[in-house]
Design a protein around this ligand. Sequence first.
Ligand code: SF4
Ligand code: SF4
Length: 391
Amino acid sequence: MSTRIEPQLLEDLKAYGKVDVEACFNCGNCTAICPLSENDATFPRRMIRMAQVGLRDDLLSSKELWLCYYCGECTDTCPRQAAPGEFMAAARGYAISHYDSLGLGKLLHRRPFWAVVFMIILGIVLAGFMYTRHGTMPYDTLGLFEFIPAELIHNIGVTAMVFVALAGLWGLVNMLRHEVQRSGLRLGVRYNWWQALIDTIFREVLGQKRYREDCDRDPDAPPWYLKKWFIHASTMWGFLGLLAATSLDFATALLGIKETGAWVPIYSPIRLLGTISGLFLIYGTTVSIIKRLTKADRSTEYSTVDDWAFLIMMWLSGMTGFAVEVAIYLPPPQMWAYWMLLVHIVIAMEMLLLIPFTKFAHIFYRTMALYLHALKPIPEKTPEPVPAGTD
Ligand code: SF4
Ligand code: SF4
């Protein structure tokens, strides 16, 4: 496979975040200090070198980009103030934009002003579309789905999910095109496919093992509920829990078990899952927003529009969803809840549609990178030597 050199790569990367690695003299301090860098996955120095010499395809197809959790330790200790942690974050934005073939990722990452304009317009279009199809607003009871029909929400939700799944799959194919060749995976070799999958989903994605055990070593040791891994995990658990609760609600309606919007007690399992997940999401995003506003540590000192859009949308979706839920258990009339539902659906749909093009996309790429990292050949069993004299 020929290697293409792109001399302008470093300049291109600057449009995606704070990239100051010209000063880097490849001492390797950052790789030595990085708690997640290992023999078969070394970063950030190797990634920086790729950017310096213009190895664009190598950079884009490196699973190591996604193994970094941006703890900022490497930036703190770089003798040249080359900000390697910030470089890794910018390179991830660059990769997300280049895995996407529609060009939307590039617009959202490279043009902050137009990114905001685009998001506002998309929100207005979605709100207008919903509003033109709205029904009545009952006064004596809270008929949320008489105002926005459940069928309309389901249809838009399913369409958005199919779009996101296809765009995410396309991005993964683009990510893997080169990585599979470079990763050394070979036909005819047995790998721990299933064990790696279970480890990735349960230990790494849901359990945040590497982030929790290796990466979050703040010497000032904040209490567990303020540790970076827990804040990250809260946001992710909340997001996934809400997705699961919404899907289960949809499935029960499809199976005729329960009508969407029918009143259920707060302790019914799906409602409980939604409530607890919403609280996790609000907690994780609120603390993250405060940390970014106060620049609480190295990893929150520099923020892009993408970082803010990611957090604000999730926070708004959690808060509006929670407000609607409170309204359900208050005595009617709660007329504000109709509008709150409209805002909640618009934000949730917009967030869903933007997943493949924004920081949200790390859900796909980090999971895949963790899976590839966990994938190891199964050693062939060597036959036991036959003891002499047993014939
Ligand atoms: S980024 Fe800093 S620590 Fe890392 S190799 Fe370059 S100069 Fe050394
Ligand atoms: S930010 Fe943290 S995890 Fe990422 S490369 Fe630097 S030290 Fe490693």
